[in-house]
Ligand binder design. Sequence first.
Ligand code: MSP
Length: 521
Amino acid sequence: MSKCYYITTAIDYVNGEPHVGHAYEKVIADVIARGRRSLGSEVFFLTGLDEHGQKVQQAALAQGKSPQGYCDELSAGWKALAAKLELTINDFVRTTESRHKEVVQAILKKLNAAGHFYKAGYKGFYSTKEETFLTEKDRLPDGSFPASYGEVTELLEENYYFKLKDQQTWLIDYIEKHPEFIQPDNRRNEVLGFLKNNELEDLCITRPANRLNWGIPIPFDPEFVTYVWFDALVNYVSIPGAHGDTAVTGALQTRGAAGEVKELWPADVHVIGKDIVKFHAVYWPIMLKAIGLPQPKQILAHGWWQKDGEKLSKTTGNVVDPIAVINEWGLDAFRFYVVRELAIGPDGNWTDAGFESRYTSELANGLGNLVNRSLSMLKRYRNGIVPERSDELAADAAKAVAETRGHLEANELQAALVSIWSLVNRGNQYVEQTAPFKLAKDPAQAKRLDEVLYNLAETCRVLAVLLWPFLPGTTGKIYAQLGLSGEPNNFSKATWGGLTAGHTIGEPAPLFPRKDKPPKA
Ligand code: MSP
């Protein structure tokens, strides 16, 4: 058994509104997961839901529901989104599952026994909305707290704290020695700047059960439940533990589930948003070191989406509903836009005009047109039978293949699409330059027409393989139209020359129908 390439996403708050930001994160993780599989790795892709905490408890109560019943209902919607996005996930974690809770409790026990925690009283100003105590730094110049914190009340409470003070030096050292650990570099520099200029405060890891009972009970003190972030981060190892990963079961003495044992930890990449870098790049590494587990290889922080230059907000109606977009334009159009528009790192701005423009110019007039005219001409002029091999575009294809491989290995998804589109554009330019529709009128040019048609059909085949991680539905259609069976899901098939003379292609059909003409049923 060899170690899987293990990729995770943030687990979404179950009571949140699924929007383009959540969908974006899951799509980039899915493209990475598919890309790695295509390149030959066994991959384990995990996503899921963060279901504990005060807000969930309050919302459930307000609707007269039990927190568990409320979470069960909402989780169905999130699972439906994962299915709609055709995520190739290997598991879906919910933090209210017993397989997760057991691991959280085992970690709490272990860290408590090792002396990492202490109990202390704290008096301070608490934001229910953000589930956090605020500090003096959070106050506005007039002494009040920003409205974004909601109602702020003064509380005195006892809690357990995780000692972080002695952890700063090794963490700085670790981040400096492992430049790939936090990516992109600007996020890494932010974390280093934070760690070098601030003394880490001990982390409060409990909430009194009388204030919040929708959480995982602390195994050594029934009056407390676990702080949601301590609970949520653990999903990255609780699920490997549940799959019998010996790294986890060995460190925690937990039992794995029956069934095939997976070797998962350490994660190869945690894909998360820029707002939660501190939890993943400061608290999580410290927790892992205390547990006795190795660090994940990479924390990859993506930017945030806005729409029309404004923050996404349900209250103002400034939202992009991924399901509505997919229903109107198709899944691959959604996947393409979010990955092509934005490198992993900077913030993005969704505009409907930008979406439509990429759909029309790059998908319909670019890829769609190349495939449709290439295959239609092969059908019309050669009865759909592939002519002798010709290598005129082989070097262009090889260049796109090499670049795409490099970008996929570096998780540079936008750059991969740019490289792939250089081949799409070369294909369309080749049609203009060679004018097969003119060659077809001259019987003396039959050999030349054969060459052109082979180069075009083979370019479409290579493109299907390169694009499979990004546009799985479309590339499956390209394969079917080429008369090839199976999915173009193996990168090694991108080598030039895969189409053999005499092979008969299938039926060409437009891949990205124009929006003014509704697609045929
Ligand atoms: N539950 C925590 C994560 C725990 S991970 C152990 C949480 N949930 S969340 O629902 O608020 O966010 C889930 C992910 O969606 C985060 O990575 C967050 O950055 C991302 N996004 C939320 N809004 C976003 C945008 N507008 N744009 C892009 N991603 C965004 O945080």
